[in-house]
Design a protein around this ligand. Structure first.
Ligand code: WTA
Length: 646
């Protein structure tokens, strides 16, 4: 059935088709066989350099080292704004769509330049300079993009913290990166509700004495605490500042941003990306994967707090002179037709979202979709988690009416840009497969012992050579970078994902093989939830596993051993779930909680998560070997008290 479907998809690809398949094959081969020549050509074509590089690339994966376009100089904000001004200054850079459907705004490239320069000057006046870290804790308003670009203009390193994170999570990230300035808003607005951003900043800053500046955008006008010495009103300060700001010349390998992400152990890691290689690959993938042509309206529904928002709302699109949509709200507010109404309203051509959103909308039936025309759409994208074939088919048939190819893009915070992805009009699609590698990306499948597997097979996904937008370090802890990504297997990058390769060489990502959960496209480490739980007085020990969930992809199931003398109760379950939401963020709230008088452990005291996962997911006949357990009886108790769910 899919074979026929595939042909339909490929023929109906009304893309501009920057590429045909033969060209993809030729370019892909060149990208691996003559990488320096290939990347030099791309870097010249996509970016404007102040000074050319002396060497294209140098890397040593065993040390987690990579450098691209060595000695090259460029400024990201110039590439994303200034160079478009002479001939295209009046074209629209950003369309802002408010949470309330009656609110929107259109910002031209010229206005973007004005706003970014003003904010850059405010930052400078507050003593922020090249290399300093600035924390952004923002709602989805244009000022979030201005703030990122203003940092890039003066060479400050931004660290965007998703607005859904708790004050504690914000504090930890500010301290880890030693940010001295914070940019935020009084409140955020999402799904008709407000988010107390400035209040959260106040709480976080109690433990951050080195933060000397907080710039606050007025979004709702809520009353907020104000410290004359530390607080700066965004509107007042930017109105008074000059709208011209000379860009800082940056080295290709100077840091551009830090973005925290969850791993299988310990606290979140500050993934550091640099300037030239990151921008090149963000722009290049945006161009090829979305087959982008200036003038088209492009909408990525991610939040700027995640890597998708960095690469595919801000940097990639603006570098390509795109019109990029920045959406403040959620797909289900005021109702389930919101996305499709927005597509009609702004005549959107390219729509890029996450499977979890699609499944939530699919559950509301076809009527909300059919209430819109969607005639402007020509391309659909998916990111963040494996897309199940059922959601793919719905996206393709109902949303795209069988005329829009779907690009299922696999990548990670650490990769900076799409790595395995179809190219529209060129790659034959298979529902549920991220298909083939992008240029310069050399994936492989390894078995647990580190042997490379050939042909159609399943294994752990690795990348065998450096690529320009590769993670450069874990901020402040390079050893952790090596341990996490470059020590599992020799001389390759380990993704943490499992994958299958089929007879056509297509990749099918099967999900994480480590202790990282993916809940509604949010990456959460089991260790983060566990350490939140054990902070509570009633909790002696906790273990967290993921279970499949129809809409969210995965949900969180926790086992909690109460402290001696604590009586388990429904009230306490509620309290503990709320406690996690408070400590980490609402998106990390556990779905299910089971009391566990004891946890299954090996004789050396290691919790056997594999068993806990099987019990939580009701896979009781495949519990495997429990003979190595210190006390096999605990398993029987856990099975007897498991929480039934679909
Ligand atoms: C998962 C998001 C299957 C994967 C860009 C990866 C995907 C993690 C896909 C990274 C996809 C992302 N198909 N799985 N198309 N895209 N993932 O860092 O498990 O938030 O390792 O980056 O999301 O999540 P992150």
């Amino acid at each position: 059935m899919y074979a026929i479907e595939n042909h339909k998809v490929s023929e109906s690809a009304r893309a501009h088709t920057h590429l045909d398949d033969a060209t993809y094959q030729r370019m892909y081969r060149q990208s691996l066989e003559q990488p320096d020549q290939f990347w030099a050509e791309q870097a010249e074509r996509f970016l404007t350099w102040d000074k050319r590089w002396s060497k294209v690339h140098e890397s040593d994966l065993s040390k987690g080292q990579a450098a691209w376009f060595i000695d090259g100089k460029l400024n990201v904000s110039v590439n994303c704004i200034d160079r478009h001004l002479a001939e295209h200054g009046d074209e629209i850079a950003i369309i802002w769509e408010g949470d309330d459907p009656s609110q929107d705004a259109r910002i031209s490239y010229r206005e973007l330049h004005d706003k970014v320069c003003r904010l850059a000057n405010v930052l400078k006046a507050r003593g922020v300079s090249k290399g300093d870290r600035v924390c952004l804790y923002m709602p989805m308003i244009p000022e979030a993009a201005y703030a990122m670009l203003a940092c890039a203009r003066i060479g400050a390193v931004h660290s965007v913290v998703f607005g859904g994170f708790s004050p504690d999570a914000l504090r930890d990230r500010i301290l880890d990166a030693d940010c001295r300035a914070v940019i935020t808003a009084d409140e955020g607005v999402r799904g008709g509700k407000t988010v107390p951003l400035k209040v959260n900043v106040e709480k976080a800053l109690k433990d951050c004495p080195d933060v000397h500046t907080v710039i606050t955008v007025k979004r709702t006008g809520a009353d907020v605490a104000w410290d004359e010495k530390r607080d700066v009103c965004y509107t007042e300060a930017t109105s008074a500042a000059s709208n011209q700001c000379a860009p800082e010349p940056m080295d290709s390998e100077d840091p551009l941003f830090i973005l925290y992400t969850s791993g299988s152990t310990g606290k979140p890691k500050g993934v550091l990306h640099t300037t030239g290689g990151y921008l090149l690959m963000a722009a290049m993938t945006h161009y090829y994967v979305f087959d982008y042509v200036p003038g088209e309206v492009y909408w990525c529904t991610a939040d700027v707090g995640w890597i998708t928002g960095h690469s595919y709302i801000v940097y990639g699109p603006l570098c390509n002179r795109a019109t990029t949509v920045l959406f403040e709200g959620v797909p289900t507010y005021p109702d389930a037709s919101r996305c499709w109404q927005v597509i009609d309203k702004h005549q959107i051509n390219i729509f890029y979202t996450a499977p979890t959103a699609l499944r939530a909308l699919m559950a509301k039936g076809d009527a909300p979709v059919k209430s819109s025309s969607r005639a402007s759409l020509r391309l659909l994208g998916s990111v963040g988690e494996p897309i199940n074939p059922e959601a793919w088919e719905w996206y393709y048939h109902v949303v795209g009416e069988q005329r829009c190819p779907i690009v299922d893009t696999w990548w990670q915070t650490e990769t900076g840009a799409a790595m395995i992805t179809p190219l529209p009009g060129c790659t034959l699609l298979k529902p549920g497969s991220a298909t083939r590698p992008f240029f310069g990306v050399e994936p492989a499948l390894y078995d647990p012992e580190g042997n490379e597997l050939e042909g159609p097979t399943s294994g752990n996904l690795v990348i065998k050579r450096s690529w320009p937008s590769q993670i450069r370090t874990v901020y402040g802890d390079h050893q952790r970078l090596i341990d996490t990504y470059f020590n599992t297997y020799k001389n390759v990058y380990f993704t943490g994902d499992g994958a299958r390769r089929d007879e056509d060489g297509y990749y099918w990502i099967t999900g994480r093989v480590d202790d990282v959960l993916n809940v509604s496209g949010h990456r959460i480490g089991t260790a983060e939830v566990e350490s939140a739980l054990v902070l509570h007085d009633a909790v002696a020990e906790a273990a967290v596993v993921g279970c499949p969930h129809d809409i969210k992809g995965q949900c969180i199931y926790v086992y909690v051993t109460p402290m001696n003398g604590v009586t388990p109760s429904e009230e306490l379950v509620k309290e503990l779930k709320a406690f996690v939401a408070d400590q980490v963020g609402a998106f990390a709230r556990p779905e299910f909680m089971q009391w566990a008088p004891g946890l299954p452990k090996t004789r050396s005291g290691k919790i056997m998560r594999r068993i806990l996962r099987k019990i939580a997911c009701n896979e009781l006949d495949s519990l495997g070997d429990t003979s190595t357990l210190a006390d096999p009886a605990v398993v029987q108790d856990l099975i007897a008290n498991r929480i039934e769910h679909a």
